[in-house]
Design a protein around this ligand. Structure first.
Ligand SMILES: [Zn+2]
Length: 366
């Protein structure tokens, strides 16, 4: 495990590392922006809250590692231009290059975002959000996916920590602090909050602004499974001959809807692929595509082993928490997203127009 409590400064650029070593009050892009806070970091970038020196606006600057900057330029920046056409998506306002002692970093200027759906769910009891809240979140994602998929773009990371609410800049903030590990000093992350409550009534939730962020795993055209990316157990990504596509986003969407409603994911994220896929097949009530049986990772699959015999169905899982009618309606949507064969899943358009989302707020949870 990395000794670094924040971004790992020990990874070399050839291994995707080489983080931008920034401190508070540091200037970026020829003094155009001043760093005032660190918002967070990922494997390939760190994100800073900055003030635009000439206009006084608060913005986010995402600084890519030296090792990830070239990919970000060739893929992410290109995709962000297509994404800019989607109202609700997180858009890159501009890009610039920044030098540091680690090398050259690509930087994106973006609107600063607030709390994530992940953090909102963590505030709720048992990490379960009310049905009308989940419906609103899922609906906004389907709108974004419909536009992305129409342009041949797969998002690749439809997860609760990549969906955001608008930032609340008024919150009283504690002063940023730093930590030093080995010879590296870095600022401690302080994500922005949002002015929303997890238990808001349907009338308020219906007006929530929600943004789909993090296009770091997005792909266009020839889709290739990223070895280290977890696609919420999407079965096509677990095969030896693994694949992914925009339909993988739909699986992740169904997985997310279930997880937000129940507070637990529908499938375990460990074990051999053949057993995981057998469990999914039993839980969703959907046959394993015949062509998958010749895959090297399905060799040990035995249809008589009853790998799915004590599996809880999607609908029964939902019914442990929701009223029967609510569980049935949610299951109709979720099972359409979790079909094993990607081609049999709902399209983004079908998701957006699904009656479970059309009747948002008809739930008995409020
Ligand atoms: Zn409700």
């Amino acid at each position: 495990m990395s000794p670094f409590p924040e971004e790992c400064f020990d990874t070399s650029p050839s291994d995707g590392g080489g983080f931008y070593p920034a401190l508070i009050h540091q200037k970026l892009d020829n003094e155009k922006y001043e760093i005032i806070r660190k918002l967070g970091y990922g494997r390939r970038s760190s994100t800073w809250l900055v003030v635009d020196a000439s206009r006084g606006d608060l913005l986010a600057v995402k600084t890519f590692t030296v090792g990830a900057s070239e990919r970000a330029k060739n893929i992410e920046l290109r995709i962000s231009k297509a994404v800019a056409r989607v109202d609700d998506a997180q858009r890159v306002l501009r890009g610039f290059w920044q030098e540091s002692k680690a090398g050259t970093h690509l930087c994106f200027v973006m609107p600063a975002l607030g709390t994530s759906v992940e953090r909102l769910a963590n505030e709720a009891e048992y990490h379960r959000l009310p049905i009308h809240t989940v419906q609103r979140i899922i609906y906004v994602i389907t709108r974004v996916l419909k536009t992305l998929h129409a342009s041949g773009i797969m998002h690749g990371a439809i997860k609760a920590d990549n969906i955001y609410f608008p930032a609340n800049f008024d919150a009283s903030e504690s002063k940023p602090t730093t930590v030093t590990v080995k010879k590296h000093t870095t600022v401690i992350s302080q994500p922005l909050s949002s002015r929303i409550k997890w238990n808001s009534k349907p009338k308020i939730v219906a007006d929530w602004s929600i943004y789909v962020g993090n296009f770091g795993h997005a792909q266009k055209g020839a889709y290739e499974v990223e070895r280290k990316n977890d696609y919420s157990s999407a079965p096509e990504t677990l095969l030896k001959d693994a694949s992914c596509s925009p339909q993988t986003d739909i699986w992740m969407l169904g997985f997310l809807a279930y997880t937000l409603l129940i507070g637990n994911s529908p499938f375990a994220s460990y074990g051999p692929s053949y057993r995981r896929i057998a469990t999914m097949s039993a839980s969703v009530g959907d046959d394993i595509p015949k062509t998958w049986f010749s895959d090297a990772k399905m060799k040990q699959y035995n249809p008589d082993a009853n790998d799915g015999s004590n599996v809880v169905s999607i609908e029964a899982g939902l019914a442990t928490v929701l009223r029967k009618k609510d569980a049935k309606e949610a299951a109709a949507f979720i099972k359409g997203c979790l079909r094993l064969d990607p081609q049999n899943r709902f399209t983004a358009k079908e998701c957006k127009e699904h009656e479970w989302l059309a009747h948002a707020g008809d739930c008995s949870c409020c």
